[in-house]
Ligand binder design. Structure first.
Ligand code: NAD
Length: 363
């Protein structure tokens, strides 16, 4: 039996604590079967905590979180138009701060159509929708480079600069090649807009071509991001692994979630693949204040994110029991999704705890 994995749990706001609670029950159920040990420590960082205390997330908090092997997050955010939360205080103060400070430079978003889940795409089934997006997570338009001149006047000027470094592109592209190498199809597609973004796009394209020479077993392709949107809807089967910079990745991964059945099923990981700081795993949906506290939230995306946490953290930390647990959780989720056939994932009629129990029964 290896050292217990140290998990930091941030339930967050709204339905966050409910869906994380259901996922933690799954973790408790699966762990003994894999001879797997973990310690879970809960943290209050959230919009609710900010409104009560004025505290978001300090450098000292991040330093404390660094001691953990992984972070498991429900969702953070209050009512969308709450003026007390204006200016992205929670998004920037918690989500982006953790991604940047912990150098979680990969955003991993699987796009898989599970059994029983409806896709809005006509004539497409599970065999057509099974790919994974590797989105760069720390550069591009998200660096906050830019500003205003003459703000609030008729001559107002604003600019926001796209940042692409060779270092940032290369480490992301390398991660994507390593991932593609482990998959059956071994196909990696770079998505960018090199015909217009002739500087940042050029850095990415040349880096992609150079790194590709080290991976002769991986086939490569390139799509402009606008063509990628079309293919994801018309021919999603052309994709196996996609590597994409931050801004375009933000957009196409939501399109990916939509074709795989919607936010109710989408899981994600923000990875520090070098293991020098913890990675963070979360469902893609938000805190859904409209249904909070009513046992209506579907915890499937969160439970699937737990599976991703166990697999990826296990790989990064060389913890095989965690990988085994992650595989079991993923298999149990796939065994449960047929029960949603013909139902809306978000309003299935099943309660949060009921769905959690279904997954535990399937383990
Ligand atoms: P949302 O994803 O919270 O909700 C959108 C719709 O989907 C709502 O009708 C909600 O009831 C439904 N829904 C979402 N998840 C569900 C689930 N698991 N089961 C059943 N129904 C579900 O998006 P929103 O309403 O735009 O945002 C609400 C708050 O969440 C905002 O404060 C926003 O900033 C925040 N948010 C946080 C994250 C995050 O923490 N990563 C992501 C997105 C939004």
């Amino acid at each position: 039996m290896s050292t217990p994995l140290q998990l930091a749990i941030l339930g967050g706001d709204g339905i966050g604590p409910e869906v994380v609670g259901a996922a933690m029950n799954v973790l408790e159920a699966v762990a003994p079967a894999c001879d797997y040990q973990y310690d879970a420590t809960h943290f209050p960082f959230s919009a609710t905590h900010f409104l009560e205390t004025g505290h978001v997330l300090s450098d000292e908090d991040v330093a404390e979180l660094r001691n953990f092997d992984a972070i498991f997050l429900g969702a953070v955010g209050g009512l969308p138009n709450d003026p007390r939360l204006a200016g992205g205080v929670i998004e920037k103060g918690i989500l982006l701060k953790l991604r940047f400070d912990l150098d979680q430079y990969i955003n991993l978003r699987p796009v898989t159509l599970y059994p029983g889940i409806d896709t809005p795409l006509k004539d497409k089934a599970a065999e057509h929708i099974d790919f994974i997006c590797v989105r760069e997570n720390t550069e591009d338009l998200y660096c906050g480079v830019g500003g205003f001149v003459r703000k609030g006047t008729a001559q107002e000027v604003s600019n926001q600069t796209m940042v692409a470094t060779r270092f940032g592109a290369e480490r992301c592209i390398r991660y994507a090649f390593e991932l593609a190498k482990t998959r059956q199809r071994k196909l990696l597609t770079l998505v960018h807009k090199t015909n217009v973004l002739t500087f940042a796009g050029d850095t990415w394209y040349r880096t992609f071509k150079e790194v590709a020479e080290e991976y002769p077993d991986v086939s490569t392709d390139y799509h402009h991001v606008d063509a990628c949107c079309m293919y994801m809807v018309a021919k999603p089967e052309v994709y196996d692994v996609i590597v994409v910079p931050n801004m375009f990745g933000d957009i196409i991964t939501d399109l990916g979630a939509a074709i795989a059945g919607g936010m109710g099923i989408a899981s994600s990981g923000n990875l520090n693949p070098d293991g020098v700081a913890p990675s963070m795993f979360e469902p893609v949906h938000g805190s859904a204040p409209d249904i909070a506290g009513q046992n209506l939230a579907n915890p499937i995306a969160t439970i699937d994110s737990l599976g991703l946490l166990l697999r990826e953290t296990g790989r990064i930390k060389g913890h095989t029991a965690a990988v085994e647990c992650g595989n079991r959780v993923a298999a149990a989720v796939k065994a449960v999704t047929p029960k949603f056939a013909g139902k809306s994932l978000d309003r299935s009629g099943f309660g949060t705890d009921e769905i959690g129990r279904m997954v535990i029964d399937a383990l």
